[in-house]
Design a protein around this ligand. Structure first.
Ligand code: ZN
Length: 232
């Protein structure tokens, strides 16, 4: 039997190589945040949530009601006081970089993803270090850092990243929509990012850090100049 294994291997080897290549380059978007493979994700795309804890995977819930039009990446307790960089998932120009209601800091980038024109929303970024409008970052380039927990620039939310992808050239800054039909204007990030970049889904996420804005924790900045690719 052993003698027959070689021809079979010869037959299948090219297919295996093809599969491996597809896995590597067929869906090569980089993650928008470090450690994406193991980072908890509880508030997934399309979930309907309310500020009532019964209908929200975030504990305690944020104040929003609606269908979540993006994917939230949570932080670890050790990241409450450290800079957490956010990276572009695609090549494309920065259309908006600044304050937006509900987010605090928001950066919107125009991209082509799977031959579709989209705008990508990176929500809850710190004011400092946010890449300005008009820049054209490459995929993987740093766009900014997460805003500190329960501050104006996190939208008084927990420290986390909201990643939204809206279809078409028009900017739609909504993080939640009112109907399932409206969700169709958005792309599920998990459907275009490689599995390793979409986080580790969990059914609930207990927020690390204080729960009220009165207990906001300022970030202790440290030198990121060696890793930052933001240029002025
Ligand atoms: Zn979100």
């Amino acid at each position: 039997m052993r003698s027959t294994s070689f021809p079979y291997l010869a037959l299948y080897a090219p297919m295996l190589v093809g599969l491996l290549l597809t896995g590597c380059i067929g869906n090569g978007l980089p993650a928008p945040i470090s450690d994406a493979r193991t980072r908890p994700t509880a508030l997934l795309f399309g979930m309907y949530v309310t500020p009532d804890g019964e209908h929200n995977p975030i504990d305690p819930p944020e104040r929003f009601t609606g269908y979540h039009a993006g994917l939230d990446y949570e932080i670890r307790e050790s990241e409450l006081r450290t800079d957490v960089p956010v990276y572009a998932i695609c090549d494309g120009s920065v259309l908006y970089s600044g304050f937006a209601e509900g987010y605090g800091g928001l950066l919107v980038q125009r991209c082509m993803i799977e031959n579709e024109e989209v705008t990508v929303l990176y929500g809850h970024l710190a004011q400092e270090d946010m890449m300005p409008e008009g820049e054209t970052p490459k995929a993987g380039e740093q766009l900014g850092i997460l805003a500190a927990h329960r501050t104006l620039w996190s939208g008084w939310n927990r420290k986390h990243l909201h990643l939204g992808i809206h279809r078409g050239a028009d900017t739609d800054m909504r993080g939640y929509v009112e109907s399932a039909e409206e969700l169709e204007a958005f792309v599920n990030p998990a459907s275009v990012l490689p599995r390793s970049a979409t986080g580790r889904p969990v059914s609930t996420h207990r927020v690390v850090g204080p729960t009220t804005r009165d207990e906001a924790i300022p970030e202790e900045r440290f030198d990121t100049s060696s890793t930052s690719s933001v240029s002025s």
